[in-house]
Design a protein around this ligand. Structure first.
Ligand code: GLU
Length: 319
């Protein structure tokens, strides 16, 4: 079987070195396996996404030395590779979930949800785990509320454990009830990341998802969707996040660390690659290296974060 991987950025800003690390690792995994790499633009959130950012991202990734077999500019057998053009597929999946009895309408407002935030439920990448308030509504109550408000659609997260073997982090176990029922379509009509990413990864035949550890607790949600939609799930790996010396995640606000800014400062992409490779232990010490040279050296990196400290920062900016 040919392995297929992807990088799927959201064009709501410029790529920074944390994104570059995720893109590089996903690309290396697939190139080392002799597989096919897909570039998909996740611009489902139209209010936050800008076509100009998407364009810049593609240029920045080429600057880094990455290539892909299918993507928004190249096309391919699973086109379009831009989520805003794939909404009929998400609507179809939503209908399938509805018919399977896996959805319910939720009438909670933003302030209802904010007051839930102080209640003792788990926090996650989806915000506060929703305790299922609207799930218990009777048909009459739904009708009464529906007269005043368009609901969002929530997916019923199965109770019990969701387990998977992470390619980089080993066995993972999550409690379905702690993750909570999550929104798959918002009241304003926007489909959620969780639904769109599952529909697209399945439709595009993706076998390997490699992405940042910030999305680790999205994986059990996505696995529940794969199961509900009767789709085959890919293998998942979550890579450490880049952090500063104090252990805080590198901020997107640090504009000097965007790929565009590095390029404009005249820094060679091989320097950035050398830095990421040294951080990951793929090479012994930072030195300029081309993306293709890393293909045979690539291997998983353990840990929650990798520290991008001041010494590496000065090395990167040293001309
Ligand atoms: N579009 C998501 C993001 O930019 C990543 C999706 C994924 O890799 O699953 O955060």
């Amino acid at each position: 079987m040919i392995r297929r991987g992807r990088f799927a950025p959201t064009p709501s800003g410029l790529l920074h070195i944390g994104n570059a690390f995720a893109a590089l690792a996903a690309w290396l995994q697939i190139r080392q396996a002799g597989g096919e790499f897909v570039l998909r633009i996740e611009d489902i959130d139209k209010a936050r996404s800008r076509p100009a950012f998407a364009d810049q991202m593609l240029d920045d990734l080429h600057w880094l030395g990455l290539d892909w077999d299918e993507g928004p500019r190249e096309g391919g057998p699973y086109a379009p590779y831009v989520q805003s053009a794939r909404e009929p597929l998400y609507e179809e999946a939503l209908e399938k979930l509805r018919l399977a009895g896996r959805l319910y309408p939720c009438y909670c407002s933003r302030s209802d949800l904010a007051s839930l935030a102080s209640a003792p439920h788990g926090l996650s990448s989806e915000g506060v785990a929703y305790p299922g308030v609207c799930r218990a509504l009777t048909a009459e109550e739904r009708e009464a509320r529906g007269a005043f408000k368009t609901p969002s659609q929530r997916f019923i997260m199965p109770q019990g454990k969701v387990e998977f073997d992470d390619g980089w982090r080993g066995p993972q176990s999550f409690e379905g009830s702690a993750l909570g029922d999550f929104v798959v379509k918002r009241a304003d009509g926007m489909f959620s990341y969780q639904l769109a990413v599952v529909v697209d990864d399945a439709a595009m035949g993706i076998t390997d998802v490699l992405r940042g550890a910030d999305l680790l607790d999205s994986t059990p949600r996505q696995l529940a969707l794969y199961e509900a939609l009767q789709l085959r799930a890919p293998a998942f790996s979550h890579i450490p996040l880049l952090a500063d010396e104090r252990g805080s995640r590198l901020s997107k606000r640090d504009k000097s660390l965007t790929l565009l800014s590095l390029k404009e400062s005249g820094i060679a992409s091989e320097r950035l690659l050398g830095l990421l490779a040294a951080l990951s232990g793929w090479i012994d010490r930072p030195e300029p290296v081309a993306a293709a040279e890393l293909i045979p050296l690539f291997k998983p990196v353990r840990g929650e974060t990798l520290i991008f400290g001041n010494d590496l920062r000065s090395w990167l900016f040293k001309q």
